[in-house]
Design a protein around this ligand. Structure first.
Ligand code: NIG
Ligand code: FE
Length: 417
C-alpha cells in the first residue's frame, strides 16, 4: 500500500547519499528545521524548506501531518535477523546463566539443532503467524525494512518453507515492513549428516541453492563461518557457488573465535560481514579496503556476555558499519532497536550520529538497497520514523525505551504512541 503524504514543520535528521557512508562520513548527518517532506505514491518527491499549506489546493489529495516538536528520521533497516522459526529456547538461556557456553550447548545437540527440530515440526500457517507477530513489534520500534534468514530447516523442504513464509509476508498488501530474504542453509550441519560437513555443503550447492534461485526465494546467501561449524574453506566454496547462481554473499564472521571470516569477506567482496566480535586488525583493514559493510550486532554480545565488536576502531579504520539486532531464538532473543542504539553508543563508542547512519543508510547498503531506502532524499521510499521528541539524542539516552511516535511506510502513517 502506498499513499500521498505531506509532512510539515519537521526536524529532519538523515544521512545523505545513495551508497554506504564510510569512516568519518558516518557521523555527518543533514539536519533541517521547519522542513517539509512530500511523498507521492509512496516515493519522496520533495525535501526542503516548509511549503505547501499556502499552495492552494495543490495538496488536496495528500494526507497532512504536522510534525512540530518531533524528529523525522529514515525508517530503520534491521539488516540481520532470523525472525522465522519454530519454538523457543528459554531453558537454554537458563543454562547459559549457570555458566554453560553457547558453543558447548550446540556441541551436545542443543542450540540451533533444537530450533531446527521445532521448525521442521511447524507448518506454513504456524510459522507465518509467529513471524507476523515479530514484524508488528519491529514496526512499533521504527523498522521499515528487515532482513530475514532461513537456516532452521537444514533440509530442502523446510529451508524453502521458511523462505516462502517470508515471501508471503512480503506480498501482504498491508505489510508495515519490507522483507529481504537470505538463504542460510549453511547455519549448522543437520544431525542426519552426522558431522559430514563437506557432503552437506555439496547437498546445499547441488540441491537446495538451485531451488532457492529458481523460485526467486532469496537475494543473499549467508554462512555461519565458525570453528566447529563451517571452515573458511567450506564457506569460500559455498559462497563462490552462491555467487555463480546469483546470490550475493554475506557471512556470520568471527563471532566466537577469530577464524579469518573478515578476511574471507574482503577476499570475496561480500556485501557484509556480520558479528565480527573477534575480527583481526588485518581483517578490519581488508574490509575497509574492499568496501564490505561491517554489520555489528551488540544485542548478541550483550546476551552472550561476550566482548563487543570494535565498532570505534572499525569506523576509524574507514569501514562502513551497520547495526542490526540478530533477533533469533538462541544467541539473542531480542529485536530491540532502542537497546541496540544504547549499547552501540555506550559500549562500542559510536557517536549517536554514527549509530543513526548505521541503522539507516548503512543497513540499507548491507542489503544492496542504499539507492532506494536509508535516507530522506528525493527518489527514495517514503519510509520514516517520527520521534516523540525533537531531540534525536533520546535514541540511546532513553535506554531500552521506545521513543517512536509514528512509523511511516511508503507514505502510510502507523501511529505507535
Ligand atoms: O547470529 N551464530 C549463528 N547464528 C545465530 C544464532 C542462531 C541461534 O542460536 O539459533 C547468530 O548468533
Ligand atoms: Fe545471526
Amino acid at each position: 500500500m502506498t499513499e500521498n503524504l505531506i509532512i510539515f514543520n519537521a526536524r529532519v535528521v538523515t544521512p545523505v547519499g545513495f551508497s554506504a557512508r564510510r569512516g568519518r562520513e558516518m557521523g555527518e548527518l543533514c539536519i533541517m528545521d521547519n522542513a517539509t517532506v512530500e511523498v507521492t505514491d509512496g516515493i519522496i518527491t520533495y525535501v526542503g524548506t516548509n511549503r505547501g499549506e499556502e499552495r492552494d489546493g495543490y495538496y488536496q489529495h495528500y494526507w497532512h501531518y504536522n510534525a512540530r516538536g518531533k524528529c523525522l528520521l529514515p525508517g530503520f533497516v534491521d539488516s540481520h535477523t532470523h525472525f522465522v522459526f519454530g519454538g523457543e529456547r528459554a531453558e537454554e538461556f537458563s543454562w547459559r546463566l549457570k555458566g554453560e557456553s553457547y558453543m558447548s550447548i550446540m556441541e551436545r545437540g542443543g542450540g540451533i539443532a533444537s530450533t531446527v527440530k521445532a521448525t521442521r515440526d511447524c507448518n506454513f500457517i504456524r510459522l507465518r503467524g509467529k513471524a507476523e507477530g515479530f514484524l508488528r513489534q519491529m514496526s512499533i520500534m521504527g523498522v521499515t525494512t528487515v532482513e530475514g534468514k532461513s537456516g532452521y530447516g537444514l533440509d530442502k523442504e523446510t529451508e524453502l518453507l521458511q523462505l516462502r513464509v517470508m515471501r508471503s509476508l512480503n506480498h501482504d498488501e498491508h505489510k508495515r515492513v519490507d522483507i529481504v530474504s537470505t538463504f542460510l542453509g549453511a547455519h549448522a550441519v543437520p544431525p542426519e549428516y552426522n558431522g559430514r560437513t563437506d557432503d552437506y555443503v555439496d547437498f546445499l550447492i547441488r540441491e537446495v541453492m538451485p531451488a532457492v534461485v529458481q523460485n526467486r526465494l532469496a537475494e543473499f546467501c549467508d554462512v555461519f563461518c565458525e570453528q566447529g561449524v563451517f571452515s573458511v574453506e567450506q564457506s569460500r566454496r559455498l559462497l563462490a557457488a552462491a555467487r555463480e547462481m546469483g546470490l550475493a554473499p554475506k557471512l556470520h564472521a568471527d563471532e566466537i573465535v577469530p577464524l579469518g571470516g573478515a578476511e574471507l569477506a574482503a577476499e570475496l567482496s561480500a556485501v557484509s560481514a556480520d558479528h565480527l566480535l573477534h575480527a583481526s586488525d588485518a581483517g578490519i583493514r581488508a574490509m575497509a579496503d574492499r568496501g564490505v559493510v561491517a554489520t555489528l550486532l551488540p544485542l548478541t554480545a550483550f546476551a552472550l556476555k561476550e566482548p563487543y565488536a570494535r565498532g570505534r576502531e572499525m569506523i576509524d579504520a574507514g569501514c562502513a558499519v551497520a547495526l542490526a539486532t540478530d533477533l533469533n531464538p538462541g544467541s539473542c532473543f531480542s529485536g530491540s532497536i532502542p537497546l541496540t542504539f544504547a549499547l552501540a553508543c555506550i559500549y562500542m563508542k559510536m557517536s549517536i550520529e554514527e549509530a543513526i547512519t548505521a541503522l539507516t543508510l548503512n543497513g540499507a547498503a548491507a542489503l544492496n538497497r542504499a539507492g532506494s531506502i536509508g535516507s530522506i532524499e528525493v527518489g527514495k521510499k517514503g519510509d520514516f520514523v517520527v520521534l516523540n521528541t525533537d531531540n534525536y539524542h533520546f535514541l540511546p539516552y532513553y535506554v531500552g525505551m521506545n521513543c517512536v511516535h509514528t512509523t511511516v511506510k511508503e507514505g502510510v502513517l502507523y501511529p505507535v504512541l
